[in-house]
Write a protein that binds this ligand. Structure first.
Ligand code: ATP
Ligand code: MG
Length: 263
């Protein structure tokens, strides 16, 4: 079990995470939903220490970190947590002047100091897995958004992290390209990859999440399996939010249907 315990994060006077408790079961997928500004990205960034929490505890693998203001954790522990957590961003964040293969190899070579040949072999294995081995020598800009995100997923998986963090992995993509990315994430979920992902994508959350946590105002309001959160949520705040999500989904379905059929 990976656990977040009473995690707090403030930016100036703004207490953005107000003591978040979240167990992330290993081998399972936890979706994080909530309105814009509720703290989803901040929470994910706190898990891989891109942001340093101000208080609380994080346990992942053998590592236990206690956060206190003014007492940052040891550098060694920070690096250890980062190695255990891969991150996939909304806007891919690939290096534009590196080939697809080099993007996947980058962390292995520079951070883990793997020999080039070993890193390349690992990159090819992962590109194969996301269906993009044939794009290995290409530049990221020549790929579709869905393909770029699949490369970013391969890159995040390269060092075999214990936990994959995904921040809105499909929201920059139109529905067809998002579906490619959902398929790759669904494969990973079936293989037992532990994931924590912020998403507005109902299809993604419903199809692959085992648990859904609803975050509002920096607090987890409700956590339950997707069929409960999306069909019979308990807390009135969850009910309100899920209604807005469902409304969005209905609207975007309408838009898809309005497109002319392909010949
Ligand atoms: N680096 C920062 N400096 C100051 N405030 C920040 C910073 N990052 C986030 N915040 C604030 O923290 C709050 C939570 O932001 P966060 O990006 O985590 O929300 P979110 O749930 O991911 O929203 P969205 O759905 O729009 O991505 C917001 O009020 C935001 O303005
Ligand atoms: Mg966000």
């Amino acid at each position: 079990m990976i656990t977040l315990d009473r995690i707090e994060k403030r930016f100036g006077d703004n207490l953005v995470l107000k003591g978040v408790d979240l167990p992330v079961a290993e081998g399972r997928v936890t979706a994080l939903i909530g309105p814009s500004g509720s703290g989803k990205s901040t929470l994910l960034r706190c898990v891989n220490l891109l942001e340093m929490p101000d208080a609380g505890r994080l346990a992942i693998g053998e590592i236990r970190l206690d956060f206190r203001p003014g007492a940052p954790p040891a550098r060694r522990d920070v690096l250890a947590v980062r190695r255990q957590t891969g991150m996939v961003f909304q806007n891919f964040q690939l290096f534009p002047h590196r080939t697809v293969a080099e993007n996947v190899m980058e962390g292995l070579v520079t951070v883990l100091q793997w020999p080039e040949a070993r890193a390349r072999a690992r990159a090819m294995e992962l590109l194969e897995k996301v269906g993009l081995a044939h794009k290995a020598p290409d530049w990221p800009a020549s790929l579709s958004g869905g393909q770029q995100q699949r490369v970013a997923i391969a890159r995040a998986l390269a060092p075999s992290p214990r936990l994959l963090l995904c921040d809105e992995p499909t929201s920059a993509l139109d529905p067809q390209l998002a579906a490619e990315v959902v398929a790759v994430l669904a494969d990973l979920a079936r293989e037992g990859m532990t994931m924590l992902m912020a998403t507005h994508d109902l299809r993604l959350a419903e199809s692959i999440a085992h648990d859904v946590a609803f975050l509002e105002g920096g607090e987890i309001v409700e956590r339950a399996p997707p069929e409960v959160i999306f069909r019979r949520p308990v807390d009135p705040r969850t009910v309100r939010f899920v209604e807005t999500l469902t409304g969005e989904r209905t609207a975007s379905r309408g838009a898809e249907e309005a497109q002319p059929p392909r010949s």
